[in-house]
Design a protein around this ligand. Structure first.
Ligand SMILES: CC(=O)N[C@@H]([C@@H](O)[C@H](O)[C@H](O)CO)[C@@H](O)CC(=O)C(=O)O
Length: 272
């Protein structure tokens, strides 16, 4: 898979699950040239949802995307039995792929790096096709690239350029939800060998992340901060799931100032 895959940020932010928000979200991604979505992702979405919510979300995405977006379903969690159930459901519902975090509590002690892991895992899982690589350790990542024919989606938006140079095929990230244009252009420039222009896009991701961290601290987590950018690009995905919260009126004013200082609204156009 090449290009951009969006880390779905809607679910955790529904105070109560609102499946009706998924259709406009899907159309929004398609309008912004996004080709795939990671549903119920690892760092917050999946683990915060009930089993039934996760299943309902998957079904809804498959129904509304009508084959126009690739759907990758995260099935990891704390209970292997539930992961199995989610895998079967994803397959039956027509998902394109599944992905999983390793077990969260009983961590394997003998895994040194992802290169070794992928080689070993491939022996056990013949249809293992790739990895979402969200570490800064690009030395390990290039090892994965040359360990086999694995598809690598790089998951550290702030240094996607580094990821691409070291062998990632595409990108998975949260920022792609509200600055797809920046990342489309970054990849486009990179593919043409124009590193200077690619860097000029990359710095925007880095600057944006500094704001995410600022508001993440205030709102109870980066996932809550990601949410507040969506109305700025024309898609309001509703209030956050507790204990995270959304902006107060005075915080909103400060946020608007920060956004204007960053020229975020000028970064919006999607097409390269
Ligand atoms: C740790 C984390 O949340 N990483 C994000 C990034 O997109 C991240 O939000 C971004 O680099 C800003 O820090 C994605 O890689 C998440 C993701 O795909 C996942 O956890 O499944």
């Amino acid at each position: 898979m090449k290009g951009i895959l969006v880390y779905g940020i809607n679910q955790i932010h529904f105070r109560e699950l609102d499946l009706d928000k998924i259709e406009p979200y899907c159309e929004f991604l398609l309008n912004n040239d996004i080709k795939a979505i990671y549903v119920n992702g690892g760092t917050g979405e999946g683990p915060s949802l009930t089993l039934k919510e996760r299943k309902d979300i998957v079904e809804k995405w498959i129904e509304v995307s009508k084959g126009r977006l690739k759907i990758v379903v995260h099935i990891g969690g704390t209970t292997p039995k539930e992961s199995k159930e989610l895998t079967i459901q994803a397959a039956k519902a027509g998902a394109d792929a599944i992905a999983t975090l390793p077990t969260l509590f009983f961590k394997p002690q003998n895994i040194v790096n992802m290169e070794d892991f992928m080689k070993e895992a491939k022996k056990e899982i013949p249809n293992l096709v790739g990895i979402k690589f969200s570490s800064k350790d690009l030395i390990d990542m290039i090892g994965v690239r040359y360990a086999g024919k694995f598809n690598i989606l790089y998951g550290y938006d702030q240094q996607l350029m580094g990821g691409l140079i070291m062998g990632a095929h595409g990108s998975i990230g949260t920022l792609h939800n509200f600055m797809p244009g920046v990342y489309h252009r970054l990849i486009g420039h990179f593919e043409k060998g124009d590193n200077e222009s690619a860097r000029n896009e990359q710095i925007k991701g880095q600057q944006l992340c500094r704001l995410v961290e600022k508001y993440g601290k205030i709102l109870g987590g980066n996932l809550a901060a990601f949410k507040i950018f969506m109305p700025l690009v024309g898609l309001d995905l509703g209030p956050c799931r507790e204990p995270m919260r959304t902006l107060t009126e005075s915080e909103s004013k400060e946020f608007v100032k920060d956004i204007n200082n960053l020229c975020f609204l000028e970064w919006k156009p999607a097409k390269f």
